[in-house]
Design a protein. Structure first.
Length: 362
């Protein structure tokens, strides 16, 4: 058993508490990882608010990490101690009906199909103060050590800087893939991105890589605009600067609406605005933001009847286990640069400060 620090959420609505936890040895088919770096994603904020479905407390959140294999359980063959890895919030069991489908990237062991509060054998590897602590998406990267199933681990290039590639565990892959895989943005097209957090800025990178000619970034926080332009946005607009709905502004700017729109905030009203801002004939709107559990959206069906496509995207449509190592290699070959997405680097003890920065839009 390893004793180490972890950030535990004891109950919804409470700040994280950095505690000493015990992390048990990996069982058969499991991998114990020393987490070197982890990003803070808005989905973790949903967990802390109690607004993500199927999560059980107390829990160690975090799902955007990178680390080094410390030990392996019986039967594990794809990684060995010392390997650099990214734990995967979308597993790839290889056995369910989804996994063999080349067009599917989710697995039936994914959290939205089957809660991942405990490892597949329905037990936890975490205890604190004598209490069982739940896993989050199986990977719980807000712990200095974590145990995950082998099919939720991707081995990456030994040259990868872990404090940078942890972003590939969620934010970068999710946004970049939404443009490249889900929307399949075409060269010369026009795109609008609603929300310029880490995921939204990654959509900007993806649209630029795909050859879009106009990339319109939309946010109420003007402090995000300089970075959006640095990463490829051609224009930045603030909905508060107009006295009409933003979908009307975008339609007037482009003549008929954008070819592709992306909602990367997680609010019903911006999802409707994003759908309405793409052109009625062939426009594609991709939903990337996560709505609070129980939320519903009411839309005018004419928006879809006229030909628009509304799609959801999780983890950017990437089959994580096979795609993440390739993405990391492309980054090492300097095909794109997600490093500007990192605004702050904090010691682990200041994890709550990180959430304060996120809530402040910084």
């Amino acid at each position: 058993v390893i004793r180490c620090r972890a950030a535990v959420a004891w109950a919804p609505g409470k700040p994280l508490s950095v505690e000493e936890v015990e992390v048990a040895h990996p069982k058969a088919g499991e991998v114990r990882i020393k987490i070197v770096a982890t990003g803070i994603c808005h989905s973790d904020e949903h967990v802390l608010k109690g607004a993500l479905p199927n999560v059980k407390f107390p829990v160690i959140p975090g799902h955007e990490g990178a680390g080094i294999v410390e030990s392996i359980g019986e039967g594990v063959t794809s990684v060995k101690p010392g390997d650099k890895v990214i734990p995967l919030c979308i597993p790839h069991c290889g056995e369910c009906s989804y996994c063999p489908n080349p067009e599917a990237n989710l697995c039936q062991k994914f959290h939205m199909c089957e809660p991942q509060n405990l490892l597949p054998d329905k037990t936890s590897r975490f205890t604190c103060k004598g209490k069982l602590i739940h896993h989050f998406l199986w990977i719980s990267t807000f712990a200095e050590y974590t145990v995950v199933p082998e099919y939720a681990v991707a081995k990456i290039d030994a040259a990868a800087p872990l404090d940078k590639v942890c972003l590939f565990g969620c934010a970068f892959s999710t946004g970049y893939g939404a443009a490249i895989n889900t929307a399949k943005v075409k060269p010369g097209s026009t795109c609008a991105i609603f929300g310029l957090g880490g995921v939204g800025l990654s959509v900007v990178i993806g649209c630029k890589a795909a050859g879009a000619s106009r990339i319109i970034a939309v946010d109420i926080n003007k402090d995000k605009f300089a970075k959006a332009k640095e990463l490829g946005a051609t224009e930045c607009i603030n909905p508060r600067d107009f006295n009409k709905p933003i979908q009307e502004v975008l339609t007037e700017m482009t003549g008929q609406g954008v070819d592709y729109s992306f909602e990367v905030i997680g609010k019903a009203e911006t999802m409707i605005a994003a759908l309405a801002s793409c052109n009625m004939n062939t426009g594609i709107c991709v939903m990337v933001g996560v709505l609070d559990t129980g939320s519903e959206i009411s839309i005018n069906p004419m928006l879809l009847l006229t030909g628009r496509t509304w799609k959801g995207s999780m983890f950017g449509g990437f089959k994580a286990r096979e795609s993440i190592p390739k993405l990391v290699s492309s980054y090492l070959e300097k095909k794109f640069n997600p490093e500007p997405l990192i605004t702050h680097t904090l010691p682990f003890a200041k994890v709550n400060e990180g959430f304060e920065l996120l809530r402040a839009g910084k």
